[in-house]
Design a protein around this ligand. Sequence first.
Ligand SMILES: Nc1ncnc2c1ncn2[C@@H]1O[C@H](COP(=O)(O)OP(=O)(O)O)[C@@H](O)[C@H]1O
Ligand SMILES: [Mg+2]
Length: 334
Amino acid sequence: MAVRGTWNDTRSRGRVAIGVARLIGDSEAMVALRDEVGRAAAAPFPVLIEGESGTGKELVARALHEEGPRRDETFAAVNCATFSDDLIETELFGHAKGAFTGAVQSRRGLLEASSGGTVFLDEVGELSPRAQAKLLRTLQDGEIRKVGENVTRRLDLRVVAATNRSLAAEAAKGRFRHDLLYRLDVVHLQVPPLRDRGADIARLATYYWDRTLVQTRGRARLAPETMNALAAHEWPGNVRELQNVLAALAVAAPAHGEVGPQLLPAAIRRAAEERRPTLAEARRAFDRTFVYDALTRSGGRRSPAARELGLSRQGLAKLVTRLGIASQKPPRVR
Ligand SMILES: Nc1ncnc2c1ncn2[C@@H]1O[C@H](COP(=O)(O)OP(=O)(O)O)[C@@H](O)[C@H]1O
Ligand SMILES: [Mg+2]
């Protein structure tokens, strides 16, 4: 099945990707994931998304919602790690008036409020045993009961959960209920870490660099060496770390021209320096220096430089573009 994802035109923000189109990357793993998301979206079953922090689990959850038949209904995300035991219960299930001290009004929980739509339970592994038991009952019965109330209400929910650890391992250690695991883990989606899909780094970096420049009103470009250094990094914090590095880089960068790798954090720079360049990279670096030197000797005039290099004027122009030779800055040879 080919699920494509769509684009939305919004007046203030330009074109915004919807559905699987949100997921950038052409690596095999990403192409496969987009396909799986499209298929899972069409079915009504619960989905468990596993992956390291910052890999895009929430994005996958949104894509699932937007590709599915509930796309026009509510998508409610709740981070199970950010609430205390009591709060998560009232947050999810709501409470009746007078259920506890301070419950001056009855309150609808998130599950009830998003009935008809999708609820995204982020970091579901962090739920307390009590909340796990209550969630299990809710999912089994398809009904919800507020804290401090005996009335039940029918629920119609698509449940998507995410975790950055293996929930099966958590269950094996007794930290997560097996029965709840089976309820949640019907369709399983694994989001690979960025280091396992290095082919996606350049596209992600370009996308987020452009977005950052809109925010900083900058116009600088990432030098090829900078891009190589980004591609060589391990990214333990995954796409979120990449976004943060680019934001810091945009602040440090000049308004125009090329952003060299010297502005990158030392750890990323050093890793790239220690890595041996590939033959293609070394050739490119050689070509850049060679062409740059010829242009320097000719004082920037293209015709004499082209003659010296044995190229046509158009040939040189193309090469200058392809090699990304900035007018002022000498390229660095590794
Ligand atoms: N494949 C991707 N394409 C575009 N942006 C991505 C991708 N994966 C992650 N991101 C972005 O990276 C950031 C972290 O993603 P998020 O979904 O919050 O990760 P997680 O929930 O796994 O911690 C978000 O801003 C998200 O939009
Ligand atoms: Mg997250």
